[in-house]
Design a binder for this molecule. Structure first.
Ligand SMILES: *Cc1c(COP(=O)(O)O)cnc(C)c1O
Length: 371
């Protein structure tokens, strides 16, 4: 009946708005035949560091690599424990496993879905070396409590900022809240490339330098290998694209916040739990996540009306087959498990129109009302 289709994200609308600039940027790289690292990557790193209000940004191959290289740069490995969120995308946890450390998961705060600092405190052992808070859905984690714990126990804090480019916590940008941070430029992220990409941000010059070596075969200069590195360089074409898009990020994040407000107004009064932004926090709404009863039915009814939604995430990390050996089971993290059955992510992207928001809200009101 309803012909208007509303996608979950609309990368084509974004491309249409930026096409001439993007094509010019990509053509420049091809004309200069400057394909590996080079000027575009350096410029992007400077611009992204400035945007994040940190001293250094190092472009790497993906978001997971950003976390892996940050952990490696701090010497975290076998025998070490790293505490992170049970409620996250699996890449956060895989990064810890990749360096040979043991992931220790903790449950979420039911208001923010971010990791609960009390649970972090309870999970500390003599082997804990690092905390890896995730700024989930675009809302910074409770960093004051996390940093306080880290200081008291002499731990490294690495932010997973893959969903929170530009978000602020008591005035300060994500990426500069801990010792280092990992960002992803996966296409659907708030700042997305046209392929894979990532960056590590830090204020520590020695760590930034180490990550520059690690991402490029451990080379200080060509064929002089000072550490056993890998190949995880931010692609130069992607850097050129990201430079164009970075100029729009503030505007896009502001649009996401306006859309979140419009959703909240239109959905008020319905039996739907809306996202709660904590005081002192500037959320960037990578995702607009609500909680509802009979989630799967509601999602189905929205789909029938052409409205695409997502679930972030349907199976928590500790219940994944890949992590059976961590020793967790159903019931280990009740907040995360309950959320997995009730969460629904509504369409969210800067180009969303007020008509589309109204249509989603109307369909949702119908879908949650008793038949
Ligand atoms: C996207 C994402 C990652 C991984 O980023 P990739 O670029 O896909 O490797 C890590 N953590 C979180 C929370 C993410 O959302």
């Amino acid at each position: 009946m309803n012909a208007t289709k509303i996608p979950f994200v609309d990368l084509r609308a974004q491309y249409a708005a930026l096409q001439p600039e993007l094509e010019c940027a990509v053509r420049g790289v091809m004309e200069r035949a400057d394909f590996i690292l080079g000027e575009e990557v350096e410029r992007f790193e400077e611009e992204f560091a400035r945007y994040c209000e940190v001293k250094y940004a190092v472009g790497v191959g993906s978001g997971i690599d950003a976390l892996v290289l940050a952990l490696r740069a701090y010497g975290i490995g076998p025998g070490d424990e790293v505490i992170t969120a049970a409620n996250t995308f699996i890449a956060t946890v895989l990064a810890i496993s990749a360096v040979g450390a043991r992931p220790v998961l903790v449950d979420a705060d039911p208001r923010t879905y971010n990791l609960d600092p009390h649970a972090v405190a309870a999970a500390l052992t003599s082997r804990t070396r690092a905390l890896l808070p995730v700024h989930l859905y675009g809302q910074p984690a409770e960093m004051d409590a996390i940093l306080e714990l880290a200081q008291r126990h002499n731990l490294v804090v690495i932010e997973d900022a893959a969903q929170a480019h530009g978000a602020r916590y008591h005035g300060r940008r994500t990426g500069g809240l801990g010792h280092a941070a990992g960002f992803s430029f996966y296409p659907g992220k708030n700042l997305g490339a046209y392929g894979d990409g990532g960056a590590v941000t830090t204020n520590d010059a020695a760590i930034a330098e180490k990550i520059r070596y690690l991402r490029n075969y451990g080379q200080r200069v060509k064929y002089q290998h000072v550490v056993r590195g890998t190949n995880s360089r931010l692609d130069t074409l992607q850097a050129a694209i990201l430079r164009v898009k970075l100029r729009r990020l503030e505007e896009w994040n502001a649009a996401r916040r306006r859309h979140a407000e419009a959703y909240a107004q239109r959905l008020a009064g319905l039996p739907i739990q809306l996202p709660q932004t904590q005081p002192g926090v500037e959320h960037v709404f990578h995702l607009f996540v609500v909680q509802i009863e009979r989630r799967d039915q509601v999602q189905q009814r929205l789909a029938e009306r052409g409205i695409a939604t997502g679930i972030h995430y349907p199976v928590p990390v500790h219940l994944q087959e890949a992590y059976r050996d961590l020793g967790y089971a159903k019931g280990s993290f009740p907040v995360t498990e309950a959320a997995a059955e009730r969460l629904l992510s509504l369409p969210m992207y800067a180009e969303l129109t007020s008509e589309q928001i109204a249509a989603v809200a109307e369909a949702l009101a119908e879908a949650v009302s008793p038949a």
